[in-house]
Design a protein around this ligand. Structure first.
Ligand code: LLP
Length: 439
């Protein structure tokens, strides 16, 4: 995930479905990106509906075996992109949702998602969030500690209902990804320690208002090989075998999300290769009867979106050239937080000379950069597209430096729809109050 050495490697074209380059102009479906920047202003997130649909279709297809039998079901990880229009596209295609907060749950309810298609995960669910999830009747709580089990049991008792639960196992495998997005090592805060899982299931079985329905694990994000998944799966299936012997029968196995995407120099396994490896292993080990849940986020939306930004100033220096743009770390945090690489392109060809630039934002921090050492032929006022920003782009945006968050647009063929209006400074200030005047 680290900043690539090369000056500008692009994701492979087949990873950029929905985007094309004609006569040096970048298009999203039938519309030029330059036109969208002019029409809606910058910074602007733009998503291709076609790319979302294609990514979902690839997963859906991979969920069926050669005989046409469904082997797995997709629960989109909303944290990757929680825009209501994006969620609604996936709902219409048949997805369920993986949620990690009461806010995400309210989003799912706002688009009319079936509560039976919702799994509620997260290491620190509050009592209010648990109450809401129980009241609407989610499919399952993915539980991460004994204390949380007790809390859910107590709230279910108060509401005179039963809570469907699954334990999130921490399988202690190394997903070989960035340490901030690796979650399945024993030093991570996530899940129940592997050697304590059986004991915790026994404790859960004794609690009066819980129904044990599944088991789950998630080992990290942006994982570009199937090997760590298979290691984790084998360990989880060992537990399922043991639980069965003890009379604790599970209905489902949730394998989490995490398949990586191509940001420029990664080659992730194809979705079918990835799902076949996992689903075949499950069948080989005699668990084909388990319902399998997958929770992809990044691989459904990451390469379906770009962030458009306009060049404010070109600043040529003795040791570095800076391209100062109107997007910043508050719009796209991934470079500042993880040193993540995102390809950056000029959306239109122009006569400028190619130079090597650091692409930086206006925020008052040296960490506010979007790309380093990029070869670009640009001048002030040009529009750049920061690629592969459909996942963990807008959802991680903030108002740092009192910067209103960007607008979001979805393109479907030759139509562009505003799916989130640009925030205004007035909206930001409206939440704040002065202290009363002292007499
Ligand atoms: N399921 C669980 C339990 C998760 O924790 C996550 C992501 C997913 C599914 C979806 O994983 P995906 O398919 O998107 O890799 N902000 C970071 C990524 C954090 C991922 C957290 N968990 C980034 O920008 O790279």
């Amino acid at each position: 995930m680290s900043q690539a050495k090369h000056h500008n490697s692009l994701p492979a074209l087949q990873s950029l479905l929905g985007f094309s380059v004609r006569d040096d102009c970048w298009f999203i479906e039938a519309l030029p990106l330059a036109q969208l920047a002019a029409q809606f202003g910058t910074p602007l997130y733009v998503y291709s509906k076609r790319a979302l649909v294609a990514a979902f279709a690839a997963y859906e297809e991979a969920c069926f075996n050669a005989q046409g039998k469904r082997r797995a079901r997709i629960f989109f990880a909303v944290k990757a992109n929680s825009n209501l229009a994006v969620m609604n596209c996936f709902k219409e295609l048949g997805a369920g949702f993986d949620l990690v907060s009461g806010g995400e749950l309210e989003r799912a309810l706002a688009i009319g998602a079936d509560p039976a298609s919702l799994v509620f995960a997260g290491v620190g669910k509050s009592a209010a969030e648990i109450r809401l999830a129980l009241t609407v009747g989610v499919k399952c709580f993915n539980v991460e500690s004994v204390a949380e089990l007790e809390q859910i049991n107590q709230i279910a008792a108060e509401l005179s209902c039963r809570a469907p639960i699954s334990l999130r196992v921490n399988p202690d495998v190394d997903a070989q990804t960035h340490p901030y997005i690796s979650t399945g090592l024993k030093d991570n805060k996530f899940g129940i320690a592997y050697h304590e899982t059986l004991k915790t299931y026994r404790e859960a079985a004794l609690l009066s208002h819980l129904d044990i329905v599944g088991i789950d694990c998630h080992i990290g994000s942006q994982i570009t090989s199937t090997a760590p998944y298979l290691d984790a799966l084998d360990k989880v299936l060992d537990l399922v075998t043991q639980l069965k012997k003890e009379g604790i029968k599970l209905r489902h196995l949730d394998l989490g999300g995490g398949l990586g995407i191509d940001y420029g120099d990664e080659s992730s396994p194809a979705i079918t290769e990835f799902t076949n490896a996992l689903l075949d292993r499950i069948a080989e080990r005699g668990f084909a009867n388990l319902e399998i849940l997958l929770e992809p986020g990044r691989s459904l939306v990451g390469n379906a979106g770009v962030l458009l930004t306009r060049v404010e100033y070109i600043k040529l220096g003795a040791s570095k050239n800076f391209c100062i743009v109107d997007a910043a770390m508050n719009d796209l945090l991934r470079p500042a937080l993880y040193s993540a690489y995102h390809a950056i392109v000029a959306v239109q060809n122009n006569e400028a000379e190619t130079q090597i630039y650091d692409v930086v934002g206006p925020v008052c921090e040296s960490g506010d950069w979007l790309g380093k050492d990029r070869a670009l032929a640009i001048k002030a006022n040009d529009v750049l597209a920061i690629l592969s920003t459909g996942a963990y782009g807008f959802t991680m945006a903030s108002n740092y430096n009192t910067r209103p968050r960007a607008a979001e647009v979805m393109v479907d063929g030759n139509q562009a729809y505003i799916i989130r209006e640009r925030e205004t400074v007035a909206e930001l200030l409206s939440k704040e109050r002065l202290l009363p005047q002292k007499k």
